[in-house]
Write a new protein. Structure first.
Length: 224
């Protein structure tokens, strides 16, 4: 069985620096897809980039807030006030509408900021949305494996990325990443983004993908 790899950049549109990181990792590296956060002003710039670079498939990164975790405690960096199931569903529809206005099409995939779609009430809402649009939902689509190991501090090196690539199993794998440049946003995951860009753009990484016989794909042709 063949091995296919989608390299998806989260947080597209969250800031100008994130947009620059995604663009560099797409043009000079191995990023094939990105997940767009539509609530930030930089989403306009991100969508314009996607229009000019059609090889980059763009999904919806549902955003209900961001939290930092320190000493076992969670504190909000920001929150989107959506509490009950009806309110969350309405917020998701607002973000889908904003995505369509910005990008001019439906998303090619759907996931969420800090993986909050693993929890209710967003889980059921995201499952319904993905089914309605006929697109993959991260971690909940058969035949599509999600790999988040590049997010670990120890793995944000060329050597760490090469190790991940060597271990890609048969089938289709989505490798998550968070490239960014300039450290221009408030986040508990900040300077690591620049390290990701360096690794994703290192020529040894693309060479290893070729040697391993892995086919780089995007969400547009993931199962072609």
């Amino acid at each position: 069985m063949s091995r296919s790899l989608i390299v998806n950049a989260d947080d597209f549109g969250q800031s100008a620096g994130v947009n620059l990181g995604v663009a560099r990792a797409h043009e000079r590296g191995i990023v094939t897809s990105a997940s767009l956060m539509v609530r930030f002003p930089a989403a306009v710039e991100a969508a314009a980039y996607a229009h000019e670079h059609q090889a980059l498939s763009v999904g919806l990164h549902i955003d209900l807030g961001e939290w930092r975790y320190e000493d076992g405690a969670r504190s909000p960096i920001y929150e989107v006030l959506a509490e009950g199931a009806d309110e969350v569903a309405a917020e998701v529809e607002r973000q889908l509408g904003a995505f369509r206005s910005l990008v001019g099409s439906d998303p090619t995939h759907v996931d969420s900021h800090q993986h909050v779609h693993h929890q209710e009430p967003l889980h059921s809402i995201a499952v319904e949305l993905a089914g309605r649009l006929g697109i993959p939902l991260r971690s909940f689509t058969s035949l599509l494996r999600y790999d988040n190991s590049f997010h670990n501090w120890e793995a944000i090196t060329v050597e760490g990325l090469l190790s991940i690539i060597a271990g890609i199993p048969p089938g289709v794998t989505e490798l998550g990443c968070h490239p960014g440049l300039g450290a221009d946003l408030e986040s508990s995951y900040l300077h690591e983004r620049e390290r990701e860009v360096e690794a994703l753009c290192d020529p040894r990484v693309r060479a290893a993908i070729a040697v391993e016989g892995i086919e780089l794909r995007s969400f547009r042709n993931a199962f072609a």
